[in-house]
Design a binder for this molecule. Structure first.
Ligand SMILES: [Zn+2]
Length: 244
């Protein structure tokens, strides 16, 4: 998770974020970085996910980002009449264009980010709380996030399905994200989970056949690989050793 601050956001409006809105950049992560950094663009999102799995954060979750533009023929029951949807939604932009198939690294990064937001903000896993921009503006944003967005797979993974994962990576904090990405990449871009603040272990992580823990204490998983040290430097050293 890389911090790329954008000046384009509002002060808190007193609404709780209850929905994740997914977008497509129609461009690159690098281009989006500079567009959101430019005050003249008047747009931003909270997060951007690159095709290589990089996650950039542009706006702190304390503030509404400027991602959704106008409401135009919406199809979204949680819309609050007369209130800007930016005030109660978290926004994620995705590198690429309408119709692109998400590379596995981007998919897994996006999935991990959704899991983290769901756990930290208490967002329900429903098709009304995790939506695409087209639900807010069905006229001009009908292709946002576009036909390539993997809705079915995302919901299946978020709901926990019946599939038992062969291997999963569990991060102690989001600061372990970069190390975790390298470990997940080494394991065929396997699923990655971030521990919620109560330090519980997500169900799908605990039921994986093998669990690689990056940072933090043991989970008690019976087939656990613990890549942890006394501090983040020891953890980084353990990860480096694991990656060889
Ligand atoms: Zn959009």
């Amino acid at each position: 998770m890389k911090w790329v601050p954008s000046p384009n956001h509002s002060q808190p409006k007193g609404y709780k974020f209850n929905t994740i809105v997914n977008h497509i950049m129609e461009g690159t992560l690098v281009g989006t970085d500079s567009w959101f950094a430019n005050p003249a663009s008047q747009v931003s999102s909270h997060f951007g996910v690159g095709k290589n799995g990089e996650i950039h954060q542009y706006v702190d979750l304390k503030y509404p980002a400027w991602a959704n533009g106008a409401v135009n023929k919406p199809n979204w029951p949680l819309l609050i009449s007369g209130v800007n949807p930016n005030y109660y939604t978290v926004s994620i932009e995705h590198e690429g264009k309408n119709g692109d198939v998400m590379p596995e690294a981007q998919y897994q990064a996006n999935l991990a980010l959704h899991r983290w937001l769901i756990e930290n903000l208490g967002i329900p896993v429903t098709r009304d709380n995790i939506i695409g921009h087209y639900r807010i503006d069905s006229v001009n944003k009908s292709n946002c996030p576009g036909s390539g967005f993997p809705w079915d797979r995302l919901f299946k993974d978020l709901e926990g399905g019946n599939d038992v994962l062969d291997v999963a990576v569990l991060l102690y904090t989001k600061e372990d994200y970069w190390a975790g990405t390298d470990v997940a990449a080494r394991n065929d871009n396997c699923a990655m989970f971030i521990r919620p603040s109560d330090q519980s272990v997500p169900k799908d992580a605990m039921s994986a056949k093998k669990l690689i823990v990056v940072g933090g204490p043991t989970t008690g998983h019976t087939n656990e690989v613990l890549l942890s040290g006394n501090d983040k430097y020891d953890t980084a050293a353990a990860v480096k050793k694991y990656l060889g």
